[in-house]
Design a protein around this ligand. Structure first.
Ligand code: ADP
Ligand code: MG
Length: 273
């Protein structure tokens, strides 16, 4: 792609994740138009914005589920998705090369994608066995530990269809945690849930935030974002419109677009709950 940028820039050398000038186009549609931000270690960052503003695309570009058109992502100063070839030019990594990097940024999606033919414990243990090479016994121990974190240890032997949507999403969170990721990426983890099941999933996410995990959370739950996130980014039309502490952005938005969005989203959230 382009020449290799120095891996460390003094201003943000402390950041766990650095996103620099990320652009993504699908054909003639420019979806991300130059997004730059940092995630500090232990920080929860809320990514807010209207539908279609590019939030999911942004998350998917971080771990190269989508290949960015331009720009760079660094996790602990290691460049994601690209390596220098013999001539020193960056080339795209193969899927095999990418796998360990992807495991460091575990994603939780709106839909849970659990295997229906596997028990809850096997769903959580599968990745550690197949990707991290753990023995079955080690993976089961790890799975039970992670199920404990989402308060579902007692459901380890159940099959997903016997669980509520909120419980299934908590299993998906346990599965992501079992990757032992450096960053957790949540893409609207409660949007597919019935309103009465949202709280249990948000409760688990809050506990993870309080443990000091590093997380990026795309959500329409504005009051939750305000409570749990350290910082917030408001995106619209593929741009970052504003960013700051979650309280600054949510309580005292500067840009007209942020104000309009929060006004509307606030109305929707309160009418739902
Ligand atoms: P958000 O998550 O904020 O709702 P998305 O990142 O899903 O937004 O989508 C941003 C824009 O990119 C939308 O216009 C969407 O239709 C478009 N888009 C997303 N993925 C693709 C794709 N694979 N191919 C073409 N267009 C896409
Ligand atoms: Mg989305």
């Amino acid at each position: 792609m382009n020449a290799i940028a120095p891996a460390i820039t003094p201003a943000s050398a402390q950041a766990l994740l650095r996103v620099q000038s990320l652009r993504k186009s699908f054909g003639s549609l420019d979806v991300l138009k130059g997004i730059s931000f940092d995630l500090q270690r232990g920080e929860t960052l809320a990514l807010l914005g209207p539908s279609g503003s590019g939030k999911s695309t942004c998350l998917r570009c971080l771990n190269y589920l989508e290949k960015p058109t331009e720009g760079s992502v660094f996790l602990e100063d290691e460049r994601i998705g690209q390596v220098p070839d013999r001539r020193g030019e960056l080339r795209l990594m193969t899927d095999t090369e990418l796998a360990p990097q992807r495991a460091e940024m575990a994603m939780v999606f709106q839909l849970f994608y659990l295997w229906p033919h596997l028990s809850v414990r096997d769903n959580v243990a599968l990745g550690p066995i197949e990707c991290a090479g753990l023995s079955r016994a080690e993976a089961y121990n790890l799975a039970d530990e992670m199920l404990e974190k989402v308060h579902l240890r007692h459901k380890a032997e159940e099959y997903p269809e016997r669980l509520s949507g909120g419980q299934q999403q908590r299993v998906a969170i346990a599965r992501a945690l079992a990757q032992r990721p450096k960053v957790m990426l949540f893409d609207e983890p409660t949007s597919a849930l019935d309103p009465e099941l949202v709280g249990e999933v948000l409760g688990v996410i809050k506990e993870l935030a309080e443990e000091g995990r590093s997380m990026i959370l795309v959500t329409h739950e504005i009051s939750f974002a305000r409570e749990v996130a350290d910082r917030a980014i408001f995106m619209d039309g593929g741009h970052i419109v504003e960013q700051g502490t979650a309280i600054e952005v949510i309580d005292r938005p500067q840009a007209a677009r942020t104000k309009a969005f929060l006004c509307q989203a606030g109305g929707r959230v309160s009418s739902q709950r």
